[in-house]
Ligand binder design. Structure first.
Ligand code: SF4
Length: 473
């Protein structure tokens, strides 16, 4: 275990932090169903849930089907205004009884606690993911961090049970420095885990942009001083509350860049559907922008432009495909085209994770693959850069291909095959590029749906240990 010591900002960090200004935000957040039940929401919002919808959810309260116990309900006013005219956005944010019909799933998706050497850090690859907060401005019903946001108790490696905690600057800085020192002394690999230098930290949760500027700035300078080369900021705030990207935020990042010019900021945004950022006319159609492309919601467009104008910031979109939200290839095509046009890269689309209640949300793996490929028809190569990923506990895995034709002479391939490729292992990259080929199962929503039809498994995605660690059938 790394030794503990108090974190002291360096002189450079102190000079940067002294300039940072916090601002007040009026997100108009409504939390919990009770406000709708008690009619304590604005008149405008009172029919967001019908009486019948509320009654079903009330009847489930305090039972094991309680939707709010699975995932707290939360929405901003900005997102509500979009949801009024968008079925997809409503589905994303409105609680539904379907969510708890089947509660199968992993209490700790991706076995994250197995990769958590200190509280609030998930250390995989050369990347560390840190939980800096356990909420967002609004909550997606399909959230793949529902266990963190709903503060569920999780079984730890040491056998204890506790809810997931947040990362703290002193412990994290110590951990990074100790890890990187050992890596350097050992010729580039950690002597026990074989991991490389910790170069990149993803500030996540929850949504890092819910933190104030001063808090964000403390994280930025601490990470930079600890030797982190690239800071990722995971956020859906461009969809939930784009006004958070205000002058005070950009002053802070500009000052940070002036103080730490070598550190890159990667803003990992999360748009699921073009309704989250495009304006619509009275008939529900997107509106042509006379200057090219489609007309964006103004404050979202402004925030994206400000981000993209800064050369030290890279913006990447990644989002899961979810039933009832983003299943139409035309929507996904428009989204990819508009994002790229506005300097947001299309990074990943994800198959839904094996969270508790995932059957209410996940498309089948083969449908997700078809959706991405259909959506990329008619896009240019640079627009169609996103890959379809599914997060195996061994590491990030790509769904590379789904074929229709049998492979002559190979039993099990009569209906075609699915090819998975391990993009990287959680420890190091030695398995990168290894594949698994399985016979098709159009019903499969997780790896376990292919366990009985494995043809080749050089990546080890279907070994005994996978069965032990996945609770999903
Ligand atoms: S923005 Fe991300 S972390 Fe927040 S509720 Fe949605 S999926 Fe969960």
């Amino acid at each position: 275990m790394p030794t503990q010591r108090k974190y002291q900002p360096t002189e450079k960090a102190q000079a940067f932090l002294a300039k940072v200004e916090n601002a007040k935000y009026d997100r108009g957040i409504i939390t919990g169903l009770k406000k709708y039940i008690d009619k304590k929401v604005s008149e405008d919002m009172q029919d967001f849930y019908s009486e019948e919808e509320l009654q079903v959810l009330i009847d489930m309260k305090n039972t094991d089907r309680d939707v709010e116990a699975r995932m707290p309900v939360k929405i901003t006013n900005h997102y509500y205004q979009i949801a009024k005219n968008s079925k997809a956005v409503q589905t994303l944010v409105k609680a539904s009884p379907k969510e708890t019909f089947d509660l199968e799933g992993a209490p700790d998706p991706g076995n994250q606690m197995s990769y958590s050497p200190i509280e609030g850090l998930i250390h995989k690859y050369e990347l560390g993911l840190i939980y800096v907060i356990n909420t967002c401005s609004a909550h997606c019903r399909f959230c793949y961090r529902e266990e963190l946001i709903a503060k569920k108790e999780i079984l730890r490696e040491d056998g204890t049970v506790a809810s997931k905690g947040l990362a703290k600057i002193p412990e994290l800085v110590n951990y990074i420095q100790e890890h990187n020192k050992l890596v350097e002394e050992n010729g580039g690999k950690h002597p026990e885990t074989n991991r490389e230098k910790l170069r990149e930290i993803l500030m996540s949760g929850g949504d890092a942009m819910v933190l104030g500027n001063k808090n964000l700035a403390e994280w930025f300078s601490a990470l930079a001083d600890a030797g982190i080369e690239s800071i990722r900021l995971g956020t859906k705030e461009l969809a939930f509350y784009p006004d958070r990207f205000d002058r005070t935020f950009f002053n802070m990042v500009d000052d940070f860049h002036a103080a730490y010019p070598e550190v890159q900021l990667r803003v990992m945004v999360h748009f699921n559907h073009p309704d989250e950022f495009l304006q619509k006319d009275d008939n529900g159609n997107y509106i042509e922008n006379p200057e090219g492309g489609l007309l964006w919601i103004e404050n979202t467009k402004h925030a994206v432009k400000e981000l993209a104008d800064r050369k030290f910031i890279i913006i990447e979109n990644q989002a899961p495909f979810i039933k009832g939200i983003n299943e139409d290839p035309n929507d996904i095509r428009i989204m990819q085209r508009e994002l790229k046009r506005n300097r947001i890269n299309n990074h990943y689309f994800f198959c839904g994770r094996d969270i508790i209640g995932h059957k209410a949300f996940n498309l089948t793996i083969e449908d997700a693959w078809k959706l991405l490929n259909d959506s990329q028809k008619g896009l240019s190569g640079v627009e169609a850069s996103a890959r379809l990923s599914i997060t195996h506990y061994l590491g990030k895995t790509e769904v590379v291909a789904v074929t229709n034709e049998p492979i002559p002479g190979i039993p099990g391939t009569e209906n075609g095959v699915v090819i998975f490729k391990l993009l990287r292992g959680t420890a190091d990259a030695k398995n990168k590029g290894q594949v698994a080929i399985v016979g098709r199962n159009p019903e499969a929503i997780w790896f376990s749906g292919y366990e009985d039809r494995v043809i080749i498994d050089e990546a080890g995605l279907f070994t005994e240990s996978m069965k032990e660690t996945s609770s999903v059938s």
